[in-house]
Design a protein around this ligand. Structure first.
Ligand code: FMN
Length: 366
């Protein structure tokens, strides 16, 4: 959905239907038509998170490369990591089209895709081909089939399928486009889900495969439920929490036609809410758990704010749709500038510095 050759291509892509533009972009990336980042990252950007070394904290969010076609391209363009998926055990088509909408006015996207993907086996074949020797972290985001009779079993299948090829696995319980999926935030179901995926991981560990597990939360959770949910994740030994997925709320949108579309909203309008929720999770865990912040990052400033609110790692999707690949370098340059200005030796020193401030906004916002 964004320019691969130059910013000149962005207006052209924006004139196309969003899904068509996205497919053209994926093909261009598959063909190697993208700008390569020059040189190595500033060493101050490196961090160990979940026991993995990340060359920089900026990653591609799930949903862009659902079928693991081009994760390498994002590493080449300068991302420290790329998350592929959401992948479900069986291939599925997703919801009826049109199901992706953009608003230039609001710098936002609404999608009601419903996890269209080629299924785990196809992705596994692609991922198994990749060279493990090359740098760059690849996360795999797993979900449940819409018609599954045992949704929790689908997550277990995801862990079993990908434990050997994923650097980390994200359990996505937060898409608003698969009816009932977000019920898995309820502590009883969540606890059962976590018990079963942790058991699956322990079994994989006996064969030497132990990817860290991340759980991706919805920004639409009732704030009153957040402490119990976070406590459950911590108790079950989840390695990191990702905040957050798209929202069903429509606060702050200017574009009326756009705001009437069905699906999950992402981009600039979700920044405040997802950042405040992230900070609240940071406060609840008192920094004991590492967090991945996603939602509305579209500049160096918003990336810095997300880290200072508590994110050890950050991801973006919608910002790339509007700004294109130069955003990747711009964010890293801004973070380095911020480190120099404040006399910090590494990005880790920024994490959570303003968590209290942002966490208070979560209360204000709800
Ligand atoms: C078109 C589209 C498809 C998405 N698909 C997925 C998905 O399959 N799995 C997932 O966990 N998140 C998915 N997301 C959510 C993003 O990963 C991210 O959490 C959200 O868009 C907020 O970040 P952003 O404002 O930078 O886009 C999708 C987002 C968009 C815009």
């Amino acid at each position: 959905m964004f320019s691969t050759l130059s910013q000149l291509a962005l207006p052209l892509l924006h004139a196309l239907d969003p899904e068509r533009a996205h497919e053209l972009t994926l093909r261009a990336l598959e063909a190697g038509l993208y700008p390569h980042a020059e040189g190595l990252d500033d060493t101050r950007l490196a961090q160990s998170v979940m026991g993995i070394t990340f060359a920089n904290p900026l990653g591609l969010a799930a949903g862009f490369d659902k079928d693991a076609r081009v994760p390498r391209a994002f590493i080449d363009m300068g991302c420290g990591f790329a998350e592929v998926g959401t992948l479900t055990p069986l291939a599925q088509r997703g919801n009826a089209r049109p199901r992706v909408f953009r608003s230039l006015d609001d710098h936002a996207v609404i999608n009601a895709l419903g996890f269209p993907n080629d299924g785990q086996r196809a992705a596994l074949t692609r991922l198994a081909r990749r060279s493990r020797a090359r740098s760059g972290v690849i996360g795999i985001n797993i979900g449940a089939n819409k018609d599954s009779r045992d949704r929790i079993g689908d997550y277990v299948a995801g862990v079993e399928a990908f434990a050997g090829v994923a650097d980390y696995l994200t359990i996505n319980i937060s898409s608003p486009n698969t009816p009932g999926l977000r019920d898995l935030h309820g502590v009883e179901l969540l606890d059962e889900l976590l018990e079963r995926v942790m058991t699956a991981r322990e079994e994989a560990a006996q064969e030497g495969r132990t990817p860290p597990l991340v759980v991706k939360l919805s920004p639409d959770m009732a704030p009153a439920d957040l402490p119990e949910t976070v406590h459950c994740l911590e108790r079950r030994g989840i390695d990191a929490i990702m905040v957050a997925n798209t929202t069903l709320t429509r606060d702050g949108l200017r574009d009326r036609d756009f705001s009437g579309q069905k699906g999950g909203l992402s981009g600039r309008p979700v920044f405040e809410r997802s950042t405040a929720m992230l900070a609240r999770v940071f406060a609840l865990t008192e920094g004991r758990m590492q967090l991945i912040g996603v939602g509305g990052i579209d500049s160096g400033e918003t990336a810095i704010a997300k880290i200072e609110a508590g994110a050890s790692l950050i991801q973006l999707y919608t910002g790339l749709v509007f700004e294109g690949p130069p955003l990747i370098g711009a964010i890293k340059t801004a973070i380095c500038g911020h480190l120099s200005q404040n006399g910090f030796q590494s990005v880790g020193q920024m994490v959570g510095r303003r968590a209290q401030e942002w966490s208070d906004k979560y209360e204000d916002a709800t």
